[in-house]
Design a protein around this ligand. Structure first.
Ligand SMILES: [Zn+2]
Length: 314
């Protein structure tokens, strides 16, 4: 018997963005003198983000995402560091870079502006750094999009090491947001429910998912999303694990649920299709060996691990 081995930096139970090596050291965020000293120290490092990409040094064995502060500034990163935390006592910061500065780097051989997801999927970035990179990406994006007070429209100022923006006019305090999303593996006996969104690569199927709405529990969000998208009613909703998803700032809350009915009614505004898959098909899809070329979600994503765990022998 041959076994299928998937080569991945994301073993079962460890999708991207979950292994964090940083101590957030939140008590330092209010200590401006200490933050200044940490940033001035030669061991300080920064992740420099541009939209869905990051700036990496590439004249070494593998791309290096952790830049010195000098490198970050030389490459054109914007002033204004976001304190992400401490790694072995040294500070790690997040920084943003503008379109013009990013464009200037395009012709260089020693630096690249590379799409984060692609590099992570190929295993080009150390998996244990992805959580800190996700933090940098979400935080840089938040500062870029929340420069003005939502209460009175005045320009706000970064404070608390980047973890708050304050309005000088109405004194409102603004905090970075995290948007909860439920993603669920719905089972019915020996089958699982997977769906296809129009923008998925051809042949790829994944777990259903959707935003948690105001004043909604996780369990209710799972039941509502599954019913809306597929016409399937669920019971026995259980939490499995979560995955930060910095596009731009979601938290994927992975759950399992049991279907009560089997007759699928697809909401075509949300999904291209939804159907049941048995264990044999799901196994081949995760291994990318399905005869019809169907595939499951990449190990980068929590959906892969929801399906993978279900396939594990009890
Ligand atoms: Zn204001």
């Amino acid at each position: 018997m041959t076994t299928t081995k998937i080569t991945t930096p994301f073993p079962l139970g460890q999708p991207a963005f979950v292994s964090n090596v940083l101590d957030r050291a939140a008590h330092l965020r209010t200590d401006d003198a200490k933050l200044f000293a940490l940033e001035s120290h030669r061991d300080a490092r920064a992740y420099v983000m541009f939209r869905d990409s990051l700036v990496v040094k590439q004249d070494e064995a593998r791309p290096r995402a952790l830049l010195t502060i000098d490198e970050a500034i030389k490459f054109g990163a914007n002033p204004g560091t976001i304190f992400l935390g401490l790694r072995d006592g040294a500070a790690v910061f997040g920084m943003g870079i503008g379109a013009q500065a990013a464009e200037k780097l395009l012709g260089r051989s020693d630096v690249a502006v590379s799409e984060l997801r692609g590099m992570a999927m190929q295993g080009l970035l150390p998996p244990e750094q992805l959580s800190a990179i996700a933090m940098a990406k979400s935080m840089v994006n938040w500062h870029q999009r929340h420069g003005y007070c939502a209460n009175c429209g005045t320009r706000t100022a970064m404070t608390q090491g980047g973890w708050r923006r304050d309005c000088p006019s109405c004194k409102a305090e603004h905090f970075p947001r995290t948007d909860p999303v439920v993603i669920m593996l719905v089972t019915h006996g020996n089958k699982i429910l997977l769906g296809r969104q129009k923008q998925f690569p051809p042949g790829m199927w994944s777990c259903l998912a959707g935003f948690v709405e105001a004043a909604e529990t996780i369990e209710d969000a799972v039941r509502r999303e599954v019913l809306e998208e597929s016409g399937i009613r669920c019971s026995d909703v259980h939490y499995y694990m979560a995955q930060p998803w910095p596009y731009p700032s979601s938290l994927m809350i992975g759950c399992t649920a049991q279907a009560i009915n089997e007759d699928i009614v697809v909401d075509h505004t949300e999904l291209e299709d939804a159907r049941w898959f048995d264990r044999g098909e799901a196994t081949l899809m995760l291994a990318r060996q399905h005869a019809d070329g169907l595939t499951g979600p990449h190990p980068f994503a929590i959906a892969h691990h929801l399906v993978g765990r279900w396939l594990q022998p009890a």
